[in-house]
Design a protein around this ligand. Structure first.
Ligand SMILES: Cc1ncc(COP(=O)(O)O)c(C=O)c1O
Length: 413
């Protein structure tokens, strides 16, 4: 194992942007601040967020209803401030992107448009290790359309003895009865980065619609949703996008579906902004992802997303990915001295920032509690036996990685 001094030396030459974030104090161990590895669950707060949020709150005090038009960031078109940076982050056109609602709500709204089952083609393909919310969402969609979820939802499992899915095996499952492929771009449990362009292409060749849950991919790895011809996607902003608990989510609809007669659920935010206040009984949806909006948005949830996306715009996801590759490889190297198996793919091209460990000898939750209270290391446990560590290139350090590996080695010894 490299020494603590080595880790500190690397931090001096390859520093991230920790100074832009509030790092919580440690509740145990030898260091003042936590070594934070749970940014794949809830990202840390950018320092700029507090002032931004207070400005929006104070605009309400100062202007009342007039804030809709007269606030420094007027509320009526506020969501448009998020569209440009969000679209750049996921490789989309601004017209294809909207920030709204929460992730699972967006998946449902998008499935209203993109899951159009027929008797001969009604199956949905997901990963067996899909985040449960996605599993519940697709099962409820299938049931809503009158089909049996046990029959209609195909769950992809890794081969016996393996932890991640092989692209060729995924492709093989895409038969003529598949209506929708809905996979996680990066799997929440194993950290596997799927081959999004290849699977999208294969799904289309099989006649299916292909959507992606990018909760663990947005802000983690570079994406090119438009060029990859993805039909639709949704992601949350509280993980790698550091926009706070329950933060607003994003949605993507490919240009070729905009302005078409796809069914959508509508509300007054689905109609074009220019004529919204004519209060007509019929909507006039714009030919953009904005047409998938339903309600007027929660303004105080928008500032944190804006502040965060600004950081990604300034620093660039490609630059962050480069540092992420270095940091994750460094952690992986250190973990070789820990007697726990890494279940995340070893190929850096097939993973993002997260390394998942298979915990033996105790439950993952107990290990995570010991790391927190004895060492000040925050790692996420998925019971019974997975511990997830995400070195986040914006704010994690080599020293954090060294602390995590040293703590794990000590606990497991
Ligand atoms: C992959 C994935 N999908 C869906 C969700 C659910 O998100 P939300 O509660 O924002 O709908 C999560 C939450 O962590 C997730 O990790």
């Amino acid at each position: 194992m490299t020494t603590e001094a080595d880790a500190l030396a690397l931090d001096a030459t390859d520093a991230g942007h920790r100074d832009l974030f509030d790092v919580p104090p440690a509740q145990g161990g030898d260091y003042a601040e936590v070594a934070y590895f749970a940014g794949n669950s809830l990202g840390l707060r950018p320092k700029a967020t507090r002032a931004e949020l207070l400005e929006d709150l104070d605009a309400w005090a100062a202007l009342g209803v007039e804030g809709h038009l007269d606030a420094a960031r007027p509320w009526l078109p506020y969501h448009e401030l998020l569209t440009g940076p969000a679209s750049r982050l996921v490789g989309a056109l601004p017209s294809e992107t909207v920030v709204m609602n929460s992730l699972t709500v967006n998946l449902h709204l998008l499935m209203v448009s993109f899951y159009r089952p027929t008797t001969s083609r009604h199956r949905i393909v997901i990963e067996d290790a899909a985040f449960p919310s996605d599993s519940y969402a697709v099962r409820s969609q299938v049931a809503f359309h009158g089909y049996d979820a046990e029959d209609a939802v195909i769950r992809l499992r890794p081969r016996p003895g393996e932890d991640s899915l092989r692209t060729a095996d995924v492709v093989e499952q895409l038969g003529g009865d598949v209506a929708l492929v809905l996979l996680g771009g990066v799997n929440y449990l194993t950290g596997e980065l799927m081959d999004i362009p290849m699977i999208t292409k294969a799904g289309h060749a099989a006649g299916a619609v292909v959507g992606w849950d990018l909760a663990h991919a947005a802000g983690n790895v570079p994406l090119a949703l438009h060029d990859w011809d993805v039909d639709f996607a949704a992601w949350c902003s509280y993980k790698y996008l550091n926009s706070g608990p329950g933060a607003l989510a994003g949605a993507f609809v490919h240009e070729r579906h905009l302005g078409t007669d796809l069914p959508r659920f509508e509300g007054w935010w689905s109609t074009e902004a220019a004529t919204r206040f004519e209060m007509t009984p019929e909507s006039r949806p714009p030919a953009s992802a904005d047409a998938w909006q339903v309600s007027n948005p929660p303004i105080f949830s928008m500032g944190p997303v804006r502040t965060s996306l600004e950081l990604f715009d300034k620093i660039g996801i490609d630059v962050l990915r480069e540092r992420s590759l270095r940091l994750t490889a460094y952690l992986e190297n250190l973990l070789a001295d820990v007697p726990l198996q890494v279940i995340t793919p070893a190929d850096p091209a097939r993973r993002g920032a997260q390394l998942s460990l298979r915990v033996t000898g105790m439950r993952a939750g107990e290990l995570s509690r010991r790391l927190r209270f004895e060492y000040g290391v925050i790692a996420d446990a998925r019971e019974p036996d997975v511990l997830r560590l995400a070195p986040v290139p914006l704010y994690s350090t080599y020293h954090d990685c060294w602390r995590a590996a040293a703590a794990l080695a000590e606990v497991m010894a």
